[in-house]
Ligand binder design. Sequence first.
Ligand SMILES: Nc1ncnc2c1ncn2[C@@H]1O[C@H](COP(=O)(O)OP(=O)(O)O)[C@@H](O)[C@H]1O
Ligand SMILES: [Mg+2]
Length: 239
Amino acid sequence: MAREVLVLDKINAGYGEFHVLFDVNLKVHEGEIVALVGPNGAGKTTTLRTIMGMTTLYSGKVLLNGKDVTKIPTHKRIELGITMVPEGRRIFKTLTVYENLLAGALTKKARQRFQENLELVFNFFPKLKERRNQIAGTLSGGEAQMLAIARALMADPDILLLDEPSLGLAPKIVIQVFDIVKKLREEADKTILLVEQHVKHSLEVADRAYVLEQGKIVLEGEAKQLLTDERLRKAYLIL
Ligand SMILES: Nc1ncnc2c1ncn2[C@@H]1O[C@H](COP(=O)(O)OP(=O)(O)O)[C@@H](O)[C@H]1O
Ligand SMILES: [Mg+2]
């Protein structure tokens, strides 16, 4: 089994006194695509935010590349190789595409590898290369999501956390987003934790998956097996 890049060990977390996550255990190995699925309000975003150190942690540990980062602030975690693409593709709308990419390369390592990463990103998203001087607020929804992912890649992460990257996109673009997730692993050696509402699509691209309900992991396993799991099929109407 490959190295554990990310480990959540019995996480209890929330916002102030509002307890959202209960004893959450989750692992992502190097090179894996792991899906985290579950209904609205289950705590998926909170899980990602907890990994980044942006919630109130009551107990449990977050390990990154074997290192306990539980008490380490967000920017230091980014330096250690983890980046999140937040829900709702929050790009800088008044800046150009290129300026958005520049803004993603904040760490020392990212600045050193800026040209290489820019090449990788433009290779992945030729549209963004064409539009490098365009104001980001004028991009289509799909292009804006590509830019949000591209900006995260500029931080040079080993592991990417993607929060509902396909949300609100047209079906054709949704397919493209899932293709990109696969390509990120295959061609850019990224390890990925993917939060998605499109349960069937995400189980098809993922190696393993976790199902979160009301802040608890209720099901986990090989993605292919979960695709045929009766409970999951019923709950999420996978056909
Ligand atoms: N910033 C916040 N402050 C307080 N409660 C929040 C905040 N963000 C989310 N919540 C609450 O935490 C719970 C889990 O939300 P979230 O993690 O966003 O779920 P999901 O991403 O699975 O839809 C919900 O009850 C939500 O209302
Ligand atoms: Mg969410």
